[in-house]
Ligand binder design. Structure first.
Ligand SMILES: [Zn+2]
Length: 138
């Protein structure tokens, strides 16, 4: 399941559960490191936050803007740990600049592209569409 996460002040969408993400750094023998990136990281806290508005002028984006969604909040991490998570490095590779051996499992969040992965807080009810408001009968 893809997750919307707040990592180093940026909303990102993972390709799968963050706990299953593997390091993308090149090892000393030239292979991709496959260690988990979650080693030593305090787990994320689910929070509710407003969907950022888009400059696209798209009606769907405007409808989604400022409505609440659940986000895995990683802002409690130290700056170094947050950068390591954003770069998808294990604790061994940390902030090193080894070659990257695989595409990132993170994408920057875009409400239009990632609407299917938006999880709403429990009890949230979408606002009524004002265009569907019934006319008075008198
Ligand atoms: Zn690694």
């Amino acid at each position: 399941m893809r997750q919307v996460a707040l990592v180093v002040h940026t909303l990102r969408v993972s390709r799968g559960p963050v706990a299953s993400m593997r390091c993308v750094a090149q090892t000393t023998v030239g292979n991709r490191c496959l260690r988990s990136i979650g080693d030593g990281l305090e787990p994320a806290k689910p929070i509710s936050m407003g969907i950022p508005s888009s400059a696209s002028g798209n009606q769907l984006a405007d409808r989604l803007a400022d409505t609440p969604m659940m986000v895995y909040d990683w802002t409690h991490l130290s700056y170094e740990a947050g950068i390591r998570l954003a770069h998808q490095h294990c604790s061994f590779h940390g902030l090193n600049n080894e070659a990257v051996m695989a595409p990132s499992d993170w994408e920057n969040f875009d409400a239009l592209l990632h609407e299917a992965y938006i999880v709403r807080p429990d009890g949230w009810v979408p606002p009524r569409d004002p265009r569907k408001r019934s006319r008075p009968l008198f």
